[in-house]
Design a protein around this ligand. Sequence first.
Ligand SMILES: C[S@@+](CC[C@H](N)C(=O)[O-])C[C@H]1O[C@@H](n2cnc3c(N)ncnc32)[C@H](O)[C@@H]1O
Length: 246
Amino acid sequence: MFSDADAAALYDLLNPWDPDSRPDGGFYFPLVMGAESVLDVGCGTGAMLHLARKRGHRGRLVGLDPDRAALDRARRRADIEWVEGTAAEAKSGAGFRLATMTGHAFQDLVTDHDVFASLSAIHGALRPGGRFVFDTRHPQARAWEGWTPSNPDDVVEVVDDTGRVLRYWHDVESVVGDVVTISGTVAQLDGTVLRVLSERLRFLNVMALSGFLAEAGFEIEAQFGGWDREPVTGSSREIITIARRG
Ligand SMILES: C[S@@+](CC[C@H](N)C(=O)[O-])C[C@H]1O[C@@H](n2cnc3c(N)ncnc32)[C@H](O)[C@@H]1O
């Protein structure tokens, strides 16, 4: 009733990539356009790289993601390399100038092993001096507390490509340590549930994140608490890191 391909299409409807109106897009896009080679880790449906090529990026663009249905959408643009795989499977020696992990994809790395193996592989895929830029939600903001159908802002209605009206909302299934398990329910307006998508997200704090980055060989060049490059403070909702391979 609601396929993986439908889920990937829904992702694009809910998260249109637009550097002109979305603050995260506005942060990442100039970095991507200014780097001659870019590895987008957890690229999903590939929207950021699509736009980079469309707006004239002439260098090497590679998107890496383990989700085949998302990559199938990404492959609609053939002038970009698309690789099916996890961050930990990023190829070493590729010599990228820039690696990105946008849209809080980093939070999909839930175990210490996942985080370390992924950071190490991304480090290996960069050339010396290359940068890894990524975002993760700051745990202090407890974003998951807003992921409930009782929050009107968290219940969205969209019309899909086939004209179906879909309602989508989240529920938090559990919070165990710094890992939050959520479900996303896709339903028709009459309440018929079409699909329940489940996801585990890790909320690393600044200190834990710094430890993992150092262990993988990264130096932190800059860290921000929001998309306007403001510092991380006690009220920040984001931890946005520019890490450099030394
Ligand atoms: C929230 S989406 C973000 C997609 C895209 N980066 C964006 O900004 O819209 C998270 C993506 O991370 C991918 N992902 C999950 N586990 C991953 C892993 N271990 N390595 C790389 N990507 C992963 C998912 O398949 C998904 O496409």
